[in-house]
Ligand binder design. Structure first.
Ligand SMILES: Nc1ncnc2c1ncn2[C@@H]1O[C@H](COP(=O)(O)OP(=O)(O)OP(=O)(O)O)[C@@H](O)[C@H]1O
Ligand SMILES: [Mg+2]
Length: 219
């Protein structure tokens, strides 16, 4: 599903050059549930952004579902992302002008799922995450934990082949955390590959394996 070879990513500001990814190697087979841990600033979000094709590599190579990402043009990268990936951002990235319902329905719309089926799947996943009564709200009208659950619902609703989750339980109480982790486990059992960044030992316990990131590299 994922093959990253000697991935390098630099950020250069006027005064500092940061090696956010430093010769990072990662191999994830289809059906895996991988947790990535590591200190703040070690490059975990950068890695997920690269895997989600939101950032490009400065060095090395990335293959996703057999495709060499660098060889794809912009349009084909977006098409691959929409077809393959559900992404849970550390900062949610909900669309502020759209309701909870429309945010969650968007990935299904991208895939051309007909409206009746869309409605059924959105209603179902909103119920799973206890958000039914918030369907008509806009993101700014929600608590941080509610926004996080909307972002998770949006990533899962299309049952993608790959979920990339950046601290998906970072804003949740222990009951909601457990619910989210159970849902990730369930979708993983049904065939979705999951890569989850987390600071929580409890969350990493749901994964099949745990890797630690340190100074832009995976160990
Ligand atoms: N757009 C950017 N411009 C400059 N530096 C950046 C940028 N994005 C990230 N960095 C730097 O790259 C390094 C890795 O950042 P990243 O967000 O990947 O860390 P992280 O492991 O996700 O941390 P956290 O656990 O706090 O979320 C950090 O030192 C950060 O300051
Ligand atoms: Mg991060």
């Amino acid at each position: 599903m994922i093959k990253l070879e000697k991935g390098g990513k630099f950020y250069t500001t006027r005064t500092i050059r940061t090696l956010a990814l430093n010769q990072a190697d990662l191999s994830v087979v289809a059906g895996d549930f991988l947790a990535i841990m590591g200190p703040s600033g070690s490059g975990k979000s950068t890695l997920l952004n690269v895997l989600g094709m939101f950032e490009s590599l400065d060095e090395g190579r990335l293959f996703l579902a057999g495709e060499n990402v660098a060889a794809l043009g912009y349009a084909r990268r977006i098409a691959l992302r929409r077809r393959l990936i559900g992404y849970i951002f550390q900062s949610f990235n909900l669309i502020s002008s759209m309701s909870v319902y429309d945010n969650v329905a968007l990935p299904l719309q991208y895939r051309g799922v007909p409206k009746p089926e869309r409605r059924q799947r959105v209603d179902q996943i909103l119920a799973v995450f206890g958000l039914t009564h918030r369907a008509g709200h806009h993101p700014a009208q929600l608590s941080g934990g509610q926004q996080q659950r909307v972002a998770i619902a949006r990533a899962m609703v299309s049952r993608p082949g790959l979920i990339l989750a950046d601290e998906p339980t970072g804003n949740l109480d222990s009951k909601n955390s457990r619910d989210v982790l159970e849902q990730l486990k369930k979708i993983n059992r049904e065939g979705t590959t999951v890569v989850m960044v987390t600071h929580s030992q409890e969350a990493s316990g749901y994964a099949n394996r745990v890797l630690t990131m340190c100074d832009g590299r995976l160990a």
